[in-house]
Ligand binder design. Structure first.
Ligand code: FEO
Length: 175
């Protein structure tokens, strides 16, 4: 008789672990963006606040996509513990610099997962990852475009207000 555990899941333990690690990264990103949303709201930057609230929702969706995939394949998705979410941020520009860094980190992580899938010949998970890899192109693009607003407009005088106004167009042009 076949090993029952092997029949229960077709996910390799190594793949399950790396996907659960990504669940945690996405949950952390969601909480971080929610903190940024609150900080921007406090600064009177309403559009940026809405932008980050939406980003927080999207990251939770990413987390759930991974979470459900692990369970659907017979693995065990782990609800992650999230700690060390900041309350304060140094500057308006700083939150977008941190956003770009965060997204570049996530892209690197998905590349690593894809690499592992190829090495372990898990083409099913490799195929599942394609959506995330494409999504990262958009996420990085938006963060870079918004940072350009800081270079072009500058934060002096009414600059912050102008940047907050224009970032709506940039954020939704990529959708
Ligand atoms: Fe889910 Fe923004 O990466």
């Amino acid at each position: 008789m076949k090993d029952l555990l092997k029949l229960k899941t077709s996910l390799l333990e190594e793949i399950e672990n790396i996907l659960n690690a990504q669940v945690k990264i996405e949950a952390h990103a969601s909480a971080l963006y929610l903190a940024m949303s609150s900080w921007c709201d406090d600064q009177g930057l309403d559009n940026a606040s809405n932008f980050f609230a939406k980003q927080a929702d999207e990251e939770r969706e990413h987390m759930l996509k991974l979470f459900n995939y692990i369970n659907d394949r017979g693995g065990r998705a782990v609800s992650p513990e999230i700690t060390n979410i900041p309350v304060d941020f140094e500057s308006f520009r700083g939150v977008f610099e941190q956003t770009l860094e965060q997204e570049m980190f996530v892209t690197e992580q998905f590349n690593n997962i894809a690499d592992k899938c190829m090495k372990l010949k898990d083409y099913v998970t490799f195929n599942f990852l394609q959506w995330f890899l494409a999504e990262q192109v958009e996420e990085e693009y938006v963060a870079r475009r918004i940072l350009e607003l800081f270079d072009v407009i500058g934060e002096e005088g009414t600059g912050r207000w102008e940047i907050d106004k224009h970032l709506v167009k940039v954020a939704y042009s990529a959708e």
